[in-house]
Ligand binder design. Sequence first.
Ligand code: GLN
Length: 548
Amino acid sequence: MAKYIFVTGGVTSSLGKGIIAASLAKLLQARGLRVTIQKFDPYINVDPGTLNPYEHGECYVTEDGAETDLDLGHYERFLSIYTSQANNVTTGRIYQTVIEQERQGVYLGKTVQVVPHITDEIKRCMRILGESGNYDVVITEIGGTVGDIESLPFVESVRQLQWELPEEDTVVVHLTLIPYLRAAKELKTKPTQHSVRMLSQEGVHPDVIVCRTERSISSDLRKKIALFCNVRQEAVIESLDASTIYEVPLMMMREGLDTIVMKKLHRTGKQEPDLSRWSDFLHKLKNPKQVVSIGLIGKYIELQDAYKSILEAFVHAGAVQETEVQVINLHSEQLNASNIQDQLKGLDGLLVAPGFGHRGVEGKIEAVRYAREQGLPFFGICLGMQMAAIEFARNALDHKKAHSTEMDPQTPDPVIALMEDQKQLQVKGGTMRLGAYPCDLKPGSLAERIYGSTRISERHRHRWEFNNRYLEAFQQAGMQASGVNPGSGLVEVIELKDHPFFIGVQYHPELKSTVENPHPIFVHFIRAALERRNLATSSRPRKEAVES
Ligand code: GLN
């Protein structure tokens, strides 16, 4: 039987509930337990797929094609496990199910209400993964902040589950903020007391309180929090601001978070979590021997969460090579033919990011051109790959008006076009090409060398595709389709023959990069960038020589 850990948040949002949940999961996994994490989000959207990245950051896609919250990305990166549709549930999805059942007459004429019908459906979803028999522990992160109107049914469901299950089968971890008041030179516990009181009023009492703070909490203060919030003193856990999220599992281990949780759940496992690989990664991450700078060309760069998985994949790929990856954010709307050289000079590699709509695409195309002509390592993801195809058609094949029909439906040269099955669709949510698809790589290609395999599987999230009408002309001019979907023949990878490193992928490799398995394209891209940097440094005249 699985045990259930619930993680709630108080005082304010953005305290890092997802990272605390993922860190606890990592520690339990490192003690030999089978762990998964799920996130329950209080908003009414059925999934975050239709949300603008400015609203909600990146939309993370799972193997089974679910469009989910970006916290699931952290879960996968920390645990090296796959999550699925079952790991992300929203209020919208709960209501959708209940309303569909009501229309089918499932409730036999009863009045359908938040309690018990909505809470029953929430509880059913909370227990699905636990009942699969695949896990010893299921961690459920409740989105939002305790006291919000929207999160009430979720907290109520936790209360009911605690009442239904044996005492040793559930733990509630509450994450709060202990603010430091500079004028008073003091850490303040009152907001935490209030938020625990609010949670208790809703019927749930936390077993563990994790205190996010910028200053260390003294033992007197811990005692005070324990007393006023009615938890044992060792259940008051300090979570100091960390220099990297990857430090948090080790910090939580030092604080004994996993020990206290194991004790409450009556679970036995290894005495100590085995985090040797994790520590090795962290050591390399914090002690880089070299540095590369990579330009990230996107249109949502003001909001770093929009490119979360890409940024994390750089961290993983840099660390294995003991290299610090400096990501230089460049707004695609501000790039044009006349400033491109200036904007991109000094970079060791260029990544053109995924995206939707026409805003900023001409800047992306200019950036691709620069990388192609200057031999700058280039990596295009999804829209980035499509931009590389358009640039090639325009400037190498002389189809000056080549475009994607997403941006220019009337283009005479639609090198990127919609497949027939996408043309008919009216509904927006969940209708893109989503989730894992197989891909065959050409023997001897850069892609095959990178993966060390001719059959791979990667995750997709897009509607438009490379138009195979142009394939022959592309290949003849030196841009080959090195990755193709075995069933449909759709082009998934393009690469340039006479270039140090130029690859575009229709899928999203960043979604599968984890701490323990950095993604090979990111690893090879950083390697190519390092080579370029070293070449540039060795061919640059030495300073003394220039001066003399
Ligand atoms: N807008 C493009 C499409 O839908 C690319 C999507 C993406 O970059 N994820 O095909």
